[in-house]
Design a protein around this ligand. Structure first.
Ligand code: SF4
Ligand code: SF4
Length: 489
């Protein structure tokens, strides 16, 4: 009998006797026993993860940094006569949040899955307020289904992206401070009135980004190969997980916050914290992404296009041509930023995905445009994440040199004025643009190969119909980062 290789990647468990029979075949073993090192084998790691202060102490430290930045940034705007782009780098708040933290989050998620969630201060605030609400006897409702699917998260993420061109949130410390305070207040309020980690599951503006980009991450909580199909397993069940997941059947990174609660509730030692190769073959894959996730990937593909064009001087005016004409025609003035935002996260994604979706339809990969988009979303997320990571690398390495100056003068006003007047030299970027261009091309090339593999693993039958669209988006991003090197004069 041919073994059913995908049996454990399905949400429905197979009967234990059948699974035990199948485990005997070498191919099945290779696919179902999670590959990678179980970090919990190392005593210091197990002691740390099972320590009662994990991860709260780490979250508390990061919370202190968040609050300090929010306080420092409050009331500070770009000073008159100072270049806003330069001020963004000299002010500690802008630099730390948008120049260092945000690119680091993208890279961390691509490489290590939802590792950021381990230290996230918002989870600490929402979990503590949830406890407080319980103690105060407040009525705490479960999260509504539409919220749990990420419908609000995608809107919040789109709103955040609109604030970049709209009010230059990434360049104005006061707006960044407002963003931090609002996030903390929302986490607190949601925790008080909704239960089961509702903020992380239905309100966190980056939850879909972490879920989409972190699927192939190398850090993962998984049950051991013996426990995942065994009805007699002592691996913790859904009661042990504050996110309402079933740790004993965990087979994807998409919702797990790596909080370690299931490891603590696992005296039999059946839960593992794996460090494994990226995009493990043992993970479950959905052939059809949810609508919120699909919309997220579409929106972010437009934003990444804008970001990649921004580094290449020749591409920037091409990207901005249409919104500039609209702004002129409407005499939009200060509202022009919002028009650019709509162009970036609505019009460009629709144009891009219309081409990619129609191509998938013509190749017979879907019965409707919406189905084509949903089938493309998850493999495409790999390519989009690589583009995002490439831009993140460019930003991190060109902004990091400003850190000593921002540390010495957190408001950054004098530094910006002196640099503006050329009385003080600006720190050089760590890498030249040609070097970054080569690194970005390698990254996007590798992402295209991984995305093709993801398409095949998610749905072998229809995979071929998605190869060309994936390749085209990869080629488009590849072309843009090729332009960074200045080789197309
Ligand atoms: S889902 Fe969002 S709020 Fe929750 S831990 Fe992760 S980043 Fe933090
Ligand atoms: S599965 Fe385990 S590590 Fe993941 S969120 Fe649930 S309790 Fe935390």
């Amino acid at each position: 009998m041919k073994p059913d290789l995908d049996v454990l990647s399905q949400p429905t468990p197979v009967p234990f006797e059948r699974a035990a029979r199948l485990v005997k075949t070498p191919t099945f073993r290779q696919k179902t026993v999670p590959h990678g090192w179980n970090l919990l084998q190392f005593r210091p790691v197990r002691a740390f993860v099972t320590w009662s202060g994990f991860p709260a102490v780490l979250q508390l430290l990061v919370l202190a940094v968040f609050v300090a930045l929010a306080v420092i940034g409050w009331g500070h705007y770009t000073p008159a006569g100072v270049n806003a782009k330069l001020y963004a780098k000299t002010n500690l708040v802008n630099l730390a949040i948008w120049g260092l933290w945000w690119p680091a989050i993208i890279w961390m998620t691509v490489l290590l899955g939802r590792a950021w969630c381990i230290v996230c201060p918002l989870e600490l605030v929402s979990s503590q307020s949830e406890k407080l609400g319980r103690k105060l006897g407040l009525p705490q409702a479960p999260l509504a289904g539409w919220l749990a699917k990420g419908s609000l998260v995608v809107l919040l993420f789109a709103g955040l992206q609109m604030l970049v061109p709209g009010v230059q949130i990434h360049r104005v410390p006061h707006y960044t401070s407002l963003f931090l305070w609002t996030s903390l207040a929302l986490a607190f309020g949601v925790g008080l009135f909704l239960k089961d980690r509702a903020f992380c599951r239905g309100f966190c503006p980056v939850a879909l980004l972490l879920s989409a980009y972190g699927r192939g991450g190398m850090l993962a909580v998984r049950p051991s190969g013996q426990s995942c199909c065994n009805p007699n397993s002592k691996a913790p069940n859904a009661r042990a997980c504050p996110s309402l997941l079933n740790p004993a059947r965990l087979n994807t990174n998409k919702d797990c916050l790596v909080c370690g609660d299931c490891v603590k509730a696992d005296p039999a030692g059946e839960m593992q914290l794996l460090l494994r190769p990226p995009f493990s073959q043992t993970d479950a894959r959905e052939p059809l992404a949810s609508w919120p996730l699909t919309l997220f990937v579409m929106i972010v593909s437009g934003f990444v296009t804008y970001e990649l064009c921004g580094v290449w001087k020749a591409a920037d005016p091409v990207f901005a041509f249409v919104p500039e004409q609209v702004i002129k025609a409407l005499h939009a003035g200060a509202a022009g930023g919002w028009i650019k935002g709509l162009w970036t996260i609505v019009a460009v994604p629709l144009l891009l995905w219309l081409v990619l979706g129609v191509l998938t339809l013509l190749l017979g990969g879907a019965k409707s445009l919406s189905e084509a988009w949903r089938r493309l979303a998850l493999p495409m997320a790999v390519v989009v994440a690589a583009g995002h990571a490439a831009k993140g690398l460019e930003k991190f390495t060109s902004w990091a040199g400003f850190l000593p100056f921002a540390w010495a003068e957190p408001t950054g006003v004098q530094t910006a004025l002196q640099m503006n007047a050329k009385a003080m030299p600006q720190p050089a970027a760590w890498f030249t643009l040609p070097t970054l261009s080569v690194l970005a091309m390698v990254l996007i090339g590798a992402a295209v190969l991984l995305a093709l593999r993801e398409a095949r693993l998610a749905d072998t039958e229809k995979a071929r119909t998605r190869y060309l669209p994936i390749f085209l988006l990869g080629a488009f991003y590849f072309f843009l980062v090729f332009g960074w090197g200045g080789w197309l004069k």
